[in-house]
Design a protein around this ligand. Structure first.
Ligand SMILES: [Zn+2]
Length: 709
C-alpha cells in the first residue's frame, strides 16, 4: 500500500470512529429522553457509558463467547442480544447517576445498534469490511499446516430464480456483480431445465447427489408406509430421503454444505436440513463465525428488524394499490421472511468466508433462499424481489473480495435450482381448493368399497406383481382401449388380470353402463358429464390431496397400490372426466394397465409409452421435453393415483397453484422449469442440460479434475 493510500485509509478510520461515537451519543440521549426506564444523569455520563460499554465488551464478550456459544446459537442469537444487554448493565452499574430499569436494559443497546448500523450505512464505512479482518484472524488460528494448492469451487444457489427473471434483474442494474462477470467474460450464463417436479427437494437431490429418483414432488404419500406424508424439507424426513438417494459420492465430498436441503455427502455442514433431524441440532461449530464480535450479530439483528419493516410497508402498499393477485401476509410471515432473507443470508456468507480463509474445503454449496420466499408471497417479479436480489448480489461481491484476499484460489459458480411461475391460485380463481373439488367428484361414502367386499382381498387384488405388469405392457404396440372396446378384447384383459383384480368390477353395473355409452377413452373423457356428488367430507384416511405448486397429487388411500386408469374409471367414473374438464386443470397423469402412462387433457390423450396422441395434444405449450419428464416421473415409487398439473396460459404466462402462493413452482408450465447456471468461462460448454442430475454430472466432472489442472 502506498503512503498516500495509508493516510487516506487511516483518515477514513478516524472519521468513521468519530461518526460512530456520535451515533452512540445520539442514541443514548434519545433513549434517555423517550424512556422512563433509563436515566443518564449528568451529561458527561454519556461519554463514560460509551467508554465503559466498549471496554466491558472487549473484556467480557470473548469470555461469554467461549463458554456460552451453544446457548447463543440455540436461542437463534436472541441469547447474544441478552448477553450484550447484560454487558451494558454491568458497564453502567458503576457509573454514578445512571439508572437502568428492566426496559432500559433492552432498549439502550438495541437503539445504539440501530443508530450505529444506520450511521455506517450512510457513511459507507462498512462494518462488514472490518469484520472480514476478524474472520481472517479467526480462520488463520484454526488452520492446519497442510496447505492445498489447487483451486476449489464454491457453488452459490439463488433458490427459485428463473433465468428470465435473472436477466431482468441484471438489466435493471440490481445485480451489478453478476453483470460484471458476464460482461467481462469471466463467466458464462446458461439455462438448464428441471425435471417434472420443479422444486428444491427434487432439484437439490439431483444436483447434490446425482439422483432424484422417486422424489415425486415436494410432498408425497407413502401408501405402504401407513400413508405417511413425506415432506422433502422437513427436518425429520430429509435425512431419511437423503439416505435413499445418496451413494456416498455426492458433489461435496471433502466440501461444505450451508443452508441446503441435502448435504451432498459433505464433510462439513451448517444449517443443512438432512443433517439436523430436529431444530435442537442446529448447533454447529461453523456458526461461531457469526458471533466473533458483538457488533456483528447486532448488525444482523438490525437488518432483520429493517426487513420486517420493509415487509410490513410492502403489505400496506400492496393493499393501497390493490395489487392483484395478492395474498394475505401476516406479521409471523414477516419475521420468517426476515429470518430467511437476512439472518440466513448473512450467516451463510460469513461461514463461507471463514472456511474459504481456512482453505481446507475443496467445494462448497450454499443456498440463498430469500428470493424464493419473497417471490412466493409478493409475486415473482414484484417490486419487493429486486431489493432482495440486490442484497444477494452484495454477498457475491463480498465472497469475491474474500477470495481475492485469500491465498487459495476458488472458482465461483452461481446457479438456481428451479424458477417460479406466476398467477392467482386455484382457490382464488375458482373459490374451492383442489382437495374439495376432488371430494365433490367422489361418492358420498367411499367406505362402501371397504365394507361390502373383503378389504384384504381387494388389497391383494390391487397389488399386481410388477414383473407381470411389465410383460403385459411390453406386448402392447398400439393403444389398447380394452375398457371400452368390444367383447373380445375385454375378455383378453380379463384373462390377463384375472388373478389381480376382483371380477366384481367387470360385472359392476356402473361399468357396464359406461361401456354402453362410450366407445373409447377419448369419447369418455370428452363426453362424460361428471356429477358432483356432494360436498361432504370424505374420511381423511381414504383420500389425500396434496399441492406442490401447480402440481396436485391425488391419493386414494384405501388401496395400498397405485390404482390404474382402468380401476379408477370403474370405481369412480366421474373422477377423471370431472378433473380434466375443470378449466383450472391442464392435464392429469394416470397409469393404464394396458397402455402405461396416459396424459389426459380436456380434448386429447398423450400415451407416454408409445408417444402417440389421440385428439389434441394435452402437452402442447408445456415444453418439448414435457413427455420425457412425465414418462420418467410415471415410473417413480409413491406416484399418486392421479397426478394433476394446472393449466399454463402462455399468453399471460400464468399457472395456478394448488397451494396458496402467487409465485409457485413444483410442476411444469412457464418459468418454474427454467433455472440458470453461471459458470467460469474457461470451462467447456456442457451441452444440453436437462434434468437436475445433468448439473451434478457437469459439476462433479469439474470437481474431480480440480487437482489435475
Ligand atoms: Zn419455493
Amino acid at each position: 500500500m502506498s503512503f498516500k493510500n495509508t493516510v487516506i485509509s487511516s483518515l477514513k478510520t478516524v472519521i468513521s470512529t468519530i461518526l460512530l461515537v456520535l451515533a452512540n451519543i445520539v442514541a443514548i440521549i434519545a433513549v434517555d429522553y423517550i424512556s422512563a426506564d433509563f436515566t443518564v444523569g449528568p451529561l458527561y455520563n454519556v461519554l463514560l457509558i460509551i467508554i465503559a460499554f466498549t471496554a466491558a465488551n472487549a473484556i467480557l464478550w470473548p469470555i461469554f463467547r467461549r463458554f456460552l456459544m451453544k446457548y447463543i446459537i440455540l436461542t437463534f442469537g436472541i441469547g447474544a442480544i441478552f448477553l450484550n444487554s447484560l454487558i451494558f448493565y454491568i458497564a453502567t452499574y458503576f457509573i454514578p447517576g445512571v439508572y437502568v430499569g428492566f426496559y432500559g436494559f433492552w432498549q439502550v443497546p438495541i437503539v445504539m445498534a440501530i443508530f450505529t448500523t444506520f450511521m455506517t450505512n450512510i457513511t459507507n464505512t462498512n462494518y462488514y469490511d472490518n469484520y472480514v479482518k476478524t474472520m481472517l484472524k479467526y480462520a488463520i488460528e484454526r488452520k492446519t499446516p497442510y496447505k492445498k494448492r489447487y483451486p476449489g469451487i464454491i457453488m452459490l444457489e439463488i433458490d427459485g430464480l428463473s433465468i428470465n427473471t435473472l436477466k431482468k434483474a441484471i438489466d435493471k442494474g440490481v445485480m451489478p456483480t453478476l453483470k460484471n462477470w458476464i460482461e467481462n467474460g469471466t463467466h458464462t450464463l446458461r439455462e438448464w431445465e428441471t425435471d417434472l417436479s420443479s422444486q428444491t427437494g427434487s432439484s437439490q437431490a439431483g444436483i447434490l447427489h446425482g439422483n432424484n429418483k422417486d422424489i415425486v414432488a415436494y410432498r408425497w404419500v407413502e401408501k405402504e408406509n401407513d400413508n405417511q406424508i413425506m415432506v422433502s424439507g422437513k427436518l425429520s424426513h430429509s435425512p431419511e430421503i437423503e439416505a435413499k438417494i445418496s451413494d456416498g459420492n455426492g458433489l461435496l465430498v471433502n466440501g461444505l454444505s450451508i443452508a441446503n436441503m441435502f448435504s451432498g455427502d459433505s464433510q462439513l455442514s451448517a444449517l443443512t436440513s438432512s443433517r439436523m433431524r430436529s431444530i435442537r441440532r442446529i448447533y454447529n461449530k461453523t456458526l461461531h463465525t457469526v458471533f466473533l464480535e458483538s457488533y456483528n450479530f447486532q448488525r444482523i439483528f438490525v437488518l432483520f428488524l429493517w426487513d420486517i419493516l420493509l415487509e410490513l410497508k410492502s403489505q400496506i402498499m400492496h393493499r393501497v394499490k390493490n395489487v392483484q393477485p395478492r395474498l394475505r401476509r401476516s406479521i409471523v410471515y414477516a419475521a420468517i421472511r426476515a429470518g430467511a432473507n437476512v439472518v440466513l443470508r448473512e450467516a451463510t456468507t460469513e461461514i463461507l468466508t471463514s472456511e474459504l480463509f481456512r482453505g481446507e474445503i475443496d467445494t462448497a454449496y450454499a443456498t440463498f433462499m430469500g428470493y424464493d420466499e419473497v417471490a412466493h408471497h409478493s409475486g415473482v417479479e414484484d417490486g419487493d424481489v429486486w431489493g432482495v436480489l440486490r442484497q444477494i448480489d452484495v454477498q457475491f461481491q463480498r465472497l469475491q473480495s474474500a477470495i481475492e484476499m485469500n491465498d487459495r484460489e476458488y472458482k465461483i459458480v452461481i446457479l438456481s435450482d428451479h424458477g417460479q411461475s406466476k398467477g392467482a391460485t386455484f382457490k382464488q380463481r375458482y373459490g374451492i381448493t383442489l382437495g374439495n373439488y376432488v371430494r365433490r367428484l367422489l361418492p358420498d361414502d367411499l367406505k362402501v368399497y371397504q365394507t361390502e367386499y373383503n378389504i384384504d382381498h381387494f388389497r391383494d387384488a390391487m397389488m399386481p406383481e410388477s414383473k407381470q405388469l411389465k410383460t403385459i405392457k411390453e406386448r402392447v404396440e398400439t393403444i389398447r382401449d380394452d375398457l371400452f372396446d368390444g367383447e373380445g378384447s375385454i375378455q383378453n384383459l380379463r384373462n390377463e388380470i384375472q388373478e389381480r383384480k376382483p371380477a366384481i368390477i367387470f360385472e359392476n353395473e356402473q361399468y357396464l353402463n359406461l361401456r354402453e355409452r362410450y366407445s373409447n377413452s377419448l369419447e369418455y373423457i370428452t363426453g362424460h358429464e361428471s356429477m358432483e356428488h356432494s360436498t361432504k367430507k370424505a374420511n381423511d384416511s381414504e383420500l389425500i390431496v396434496l399441492g406442490s405448486g401447480n402440481l396436485g397429487l391425488i391419493y386414494l388411500t384405501q388401496w395400498k397400490q397405485r390404482l390404474n386408469y382402468e380401476e379408477i374409471v370403474m370405481l369412480f367414473p366421474d373422477l377423471i372426466p370431472g378433473l380434466v374438464n375443470h378449466s383450472g386443470i391442464g392435464f392429469i397423469l394416470v397409469n393404464s394397465i394396458t397402455n402405461g402412462g396416459m396424459v389426459i387433457g380436456q380434448k386429447g390423450i398423450y400415451y407416454l409409452d408409445t408417444d402417440k396422441v389421440v385428439g389434441e395434444n394435452p402437452l402442447e405449450g408445456f415444453g418439448e421435453n414435457a413427455a420425457r419428464h412425465l414418462l420418467r416421473e410415471n415410473s417413480f415409487n409413491h406416484m399418486p393415483d392421479i397426478m394433476v398439473n394446472s393449466f399454463y396460459d402462455s399468453k399471460n404466462d400464468e399457472v395456478c397453484a394448488f397451494e396458496e402462493l402467487i409465485g409457485s413452482h413444483g410442476g411444469i408450465g412457464g418459468n418454474q422449469t427454467r433455472p440458470f447456471i453461471l459458470y467460469p468461462s474457461e470451462w467447456e460448454d456442457p451441452g444440453e442440460l436437462v434434468g437436475a442430475e445433468s448439473i451434478y454430472r457437469f459439476l462433479k466432472n469439474k470437481i474431480e479434475n480440480l487437482d489435475s489442472g
